[in-house]
Design a protein around this ligand. Structure first.
Ligand SMILES: [Zn+2]
Length: 293
């Protein structure tokens, strides 16, 4: 399942192809995605310009000149592929690759930038939805999401407040999308290791009794931002399905410190620990029992 860095990598790949560009043609090859595409999907996009391409948690949000917003979600295995026209042979390349992937290219956008954008999703857990900008606040997909971890609203004071009195584990708290949006199993494990905090520690222990942040909260927020920024810079992590919009793989999986590294030496300098795998709330957790306290 792609997490925030993978979705942000996709957003950055789509931006030059879509932002400021008009939908010239919208081809819907399959409507039965995770939730079905509406009947008027193509009609509501065609002729409109993408005035901004943003991201909220794991959702891509394209603002349209019509006042609608196109919400796109990658699901488990969804990927966007951009074929650029700069070389003049985008169509040739598109048709060649299309022959290989046709079965899973469910949506195709032809943009006025000259780019062709395909949405490919073998498992069809991804989908798209169009909502009026004014109704975005009430959109069930986005409602109740916590702050963006790379935004200014996410700081030690906010995280401590959200964890105050919580008996759940620190790992479970960070996976809770109402506390902070967009984090998943991989980056929570990695952030906790960087912060040298045990995933089993009760969430409440990053706050004082009155809810003020302690030094652990500050360390954790810093680690979360750092690991996300590093992962975005590396193009995300390609474990199963994530690919950049140019078809290249992300590279951050080669830089995991603990995730999927059971039995390996802890990479913290001077730490003699061995990375251990445990199961918390049905999900694998990787951590170092020696330096993560
Ligand atoms: Zn260690």
């Amino acid at each position: 399942m792609p997490e925030l860095p993978e979705v942000e990598t996709v957003r950055r790949g789509l931006e030059p192809a879509m932002q400021g560009a008009r939908f010239i043609e919208v081809e819907v090859r399959r409507r039965d995605l995770r939730w079905p595409l509406p009947k008027d999907f193509a009609r509501r996009l065609k002729g409109n310009t993408v005035t901004g391409l943003g991201r909220r948690a794991k959702y891509l949000l394209a603002d349209l000149s019509s006042g609608d917003v196109l919400i796109m979600h990658l699901g488990m295995s969804g990927s966007f592929h951009v074929f650029h026209d700069a070389t003049g042979n985008a169509l040739g390349r598109y048709h060649r690759e299309r022959a290989q992937h046709a079965a899973h290219d469910h949506v195709v956008f032809r943009m006025s930038s000259g780019a062709i954008v395909t949405f490919n999703d073998p498992r069809r857990f991804g989908s798209m939805k169009i909502v009026p900008r004014g109704k975005l606040d009430a959109e069930p997909l986005l409602e109740g999401l916590g702050p963006e971890p790379l935004g200014n609203a996410f700081d030690a004071a906010m995280l401590a407040r959200a964890c105050t009195g919580k008996r759940t584990s620190l790992k479970a708290a960070l996976l809770d999308q109402r506390i902070v949006a967009g984090l998943g199993n991989i980056y929570v494990c990695e952030a906790l290791h960087r912060a040298r905090l045990s995933p089993k520690r009760p969430a409440a222990t990053i706050a004082t009794r009155s809810g003020a942040p302690n030094e652990r909260a500050a360390r954790l927020v810093e680690a979360i931002k750092a690991v996300l920024n590093d992962a975005i810079a590396a193009g995300g992590s390609s474990l199963r399905d994530h690919k950049r919009t140019d078809g290249e793989l992300g590279m951050f999986q080669h830089r995991f410190r603990v995730y999927d590294r059971e039995g390996e030496n802890c990479p913290t300098p001077g730490c003699p620990g061995i990375v251990r795998r445990i199961v918390q709330n049905g999900r694998a957790t990787f951590y170092c029992p020696s330096c993560q306290k």
